[in-house]
Design a protein around this ligand. Structure first.
Ligand code: KDG
Ligand code: MG
Length: 402
């Protein structure tokens, strides 16, 4: 089998999504997600100008060799643009291998380690009472694991909490929106949200919370300690992870489990945190961490330290990523949980897929490959529409981590 052509499809059925489609001489094609939120066109150019010309004529079955060729061959290693491009190629090649073998992708990854994949959803509210209602509504849909975010008194806009009760969407049209952040106000308020949720719903529900890199290590330690009696499933990205020793400090103060890694793109970002047992869940995912091939290596490293996976699954990862991630999740031994933000109906129509949700769990389906396709004619009806992630400033105007 040979790769004869490849193309990049950009579509915006509610948000911008980038898909790589690789075609072979035997009529089998594969799809990979290449979406890098707010920097989509950089990956498009990287693929079109530097990757696709190198793929033509290669045997798509040689997935590991092509991965190494793109990673080592570029000389310039790692980084979100490079690794997203490699991830898209890798995902498309696994899709082709599955289709050629007549097997769903999870069978190629060793088969099922579980019957279904536990997913967590997002519940948010402008205040605690709205967040409580949102958690109740998601419990009614069967979710057993719920990430809760609530507005903070005195702050106009807070991460994960859009205005008017809408679903959180991680990008806004036009240039970056500026938001104002205060760790002091947040730290006084956040434990109250989870105290209220435990009072109302008890301890039979997994509660998660995303801090979105906002705190200093000692502030993160304070939050972890305050949340300890509330037995969180995890707190996510409590502090930026460039300085990995920060997590040692947090660990010295709290047993609240920690999840990190949605912005990571290689095993080298994860290595110290995993080997030193500074985290409990690794959140790297297929699209941004070099595809199935590289994510498997990250998971294998994590497995020996009892760190479990918790793949990023926001809506800025396309259904192609979701499909591939669910095959990975159902097969990997050290699975923890999978994030699930349902896509819009328009997005689901552009990307027909075999995966499904039922009662708190998802299943990748049994279609061959990863089971996600693209309706190119429909995709063409939604042209690219520039959008950016917001930025955050402290109350005195200082730019801070978003
Ligand atoms: O593009 C950024 C989003 O994916 C991010 O804001 C979502 O933090 C996020 C999450 O946990 O899903
Ligand atoms: Mg997050």
């Amino acid at each position: 089998m040979k790769i004869v052509s490849a193309k990049v499809i950009v579509t915006c059925p509610g948000r911008n999504l980038v898909t790589l489609k690789i075609m072979t001489d035997q009529g089998v094609h594969g799809l990979g997600d290449a979406t890098l939120n707010g920097r989509e066109k950089a990956v498009v150019a990287y693929l079109q100008d530097h990757v696709i010309p190198c793929l033509i004529g290669r045997d798509p079955h040689r997935i590991e060799d092509i991965w190494q060729y793109l990673y080592k061959g570029a000389y310039w290693r790692r980084g979100p643009v490079t690794m997203t491009a490699i991830g898209a190629v890798d995902t498309a090649l696994w899709d082709i291998k599955g289709k050629a073998a007549g097997l769903p992708l999870y069978q190629l990854l060793g088969g099922k380690s579980r019957e279904a994949v536990m997913v967590y959803c997002h519940a948010n509210g402008a205040d605690i009472s709205e967040a409580v209602d949102s958690v109740a509504a998601h419990m009614a849909q069967g979710y057993r694991a719920i990430r809760a975010q609530a507005g903070v008194p005195g702050l106009d806009k807070v991460y994960g909490v859009p205005k008017g009760g809408a679903a959180y969407e991680p990008a806004e049209k036009g240039l970056p929106v500026e938001t104002v952040w205060s760790s002091e106000k947040y730290l006084d308020h956040a434990p109250k949200l989870f105290e209220t949720l435990r009072e109302k719903f008890g301890f039979g529900l997994h509660l998660l919370h995303d801090v979105h890199h906002r705190l200093t290590p000692i502030e993160a330690a304070r939050l972890g300690k305050a949340l300890e009696p509330l037995r969180m499933f995890w707190i996510e990205d409590p502090t930026p992870a460039e300085n990995q020793d920060a997590f040692r400090l947090i660990r010295q103060h709290t047993v609240t489990p920690l999840a990190v890694g949605e912005v990571f793109n290689s095993i080298w970002d994860c290595k110290g945190l995993i080997e030193n047992q500074l985290i409990d869940y690794i959140r790297a995912t297929v699209t941004h961490a070099g595809g199935i091939t590289h994510l498997r290596k990250i998971a294998a490293l994590a497995e020996i330290y009892q760190v479990r996976t918790g793949c990023h699954g926001a809506t800025d990862l396309s259904p192609v990523c979701m499909g591939a991630a669910l095959h990975f999740d159902i097969a990997v031994p050290n699975f923890g949980v999978q994030e699930h933000m349902p896509h819009t109906a328009e997005t689901d129509a552009v990307f027909p897929h075999a995966y499904s949700y039922h009662d708190g769990f998802m299943h990748p389906g049994d279609a061959v490959g990863h089971g996600v396709e693209i309706d190119e004619a429909l995709a063409a009806k939604y042209p690219y529409d520039p959008a950016y992630l917001p930025i955050a400033r402290l109350e005195d105007g200082t730019l801070t981590s978003w």
